[in-house]
Ligand binder design. Structure first.
Ligand SMILES: Nc1ncnc2c1ncn2[C@@H]1O[C@H](COP(=O)(O)OP(=O)(O)O)[C@@H](O)[C@H]1O
Ligand SMILES: [Mg+2]
Length: 221
């Protein structure tokens, strides 16, 4: 079963001579529960593709269907709920709230959604990610790897159908990168989540079930 189906997706930024064709006719199906790595040179459209799957960008043309929902059919409000409930984003720069503790950061999306965390699940993922003894600390007290694990825990806790990670290990050394990507893969597998990860690191891409290579707004393999 495919959790993501993309038909002829085009995303253009700007107009006239300065128009950029960030995505120029993408066709892609992503199977539920699989780990897909997206690789390609800087500017090839990887982030635009990820943000389109996550409902952050409206297509110029074409369709994005996630978990049976055609994103074009959703109102702004429904899109916000879709992003909060169906999608987990892990960004390169973590996006943690500096004034909140690790625990509060992880719980933040659930608080916004007015829903209760699954306590057992919270304890399990924070243990797996090595955060159980750091929950009362502030983000700056953790290493970069620890902060990224917090962002991963936050994304996992809402049990999104799909995890979208944009160069989640971009600022780490080789060993930490392997560890963080390995944890992302392991937790996604354990919770039957679909993982789409952009990376520049070909070693990390090898952890994936499938590698999608982009060039000039198109998928070339
Ligand atoms: N919000 C935007 N406004 C204008 N141009 C953009 C925007 N986002 C991306 N682009 C352009 O679209 C192209 C693809 O960008 P991006 O998807 O970020 O590539 P990648 O993530 O592979 O580096 C680039 O030429 C980039 O400059
Ligand atoms: Mg990018």
């Amino acid at each position: 079963m495919n959790i993501v189906t993309i038909h002829n997706l085009k995303k253009y930024f700007g107009e006239g001579a300065s128009q950029v064709k960030a995505l120029d006719g993408i066709n892609l199906s992503i199977e539920k529960g699989k780990f897909t790595a997206v690789i390609g040179a800087s500017g090839s459209g990887k982030t635009t593709l990820l943000n389109s799957i996550g409902g952050l960008y409206e297509p110029t043309e074409g369709e994005v269907i996630v978990d049976g929902i055609n994103l074009a059919d959703l109102s702004e409000e429904q899109l916000t709920v879709f992003r909060r409930r169906k999608v987990g984003f892990v960004f390169q720069d973590y996006n943690l709230v500096p004034e909140l503790t690790i625990r509060e950061n992880i719980l933040f999306p659930l608080v916004l959604d007015d829903s209760k965390p699954d306590k057992v699940f919270f304890e399990e993922i924070t243990r797996i990610l090595g955060l159980d003894d750091k929950l009362d600390k502030l983000p700056y007290m953790l290493s970069g790897g620890g902060q990224q694990c917090t962002a991963i825990a936050r994304a996992l806790l809402t049990k999104p159908a799909i995890l979208l990670a944009d160069e989640p290990t971009g600022s780490f050394d080789a060993k930490t990168s392997q560890n963080v990507a390995g944890l992302l893969k392991m937790t996604a597998e354990a919770y039957h989540q679909t993982l789409v990860m952009i990376t520049h690191n070909l070693e990390l891409a090898q952890l994936a079930d499938r590698v999608v290579r982009m060039q000039d707004g198109r998928i070339i393999e």
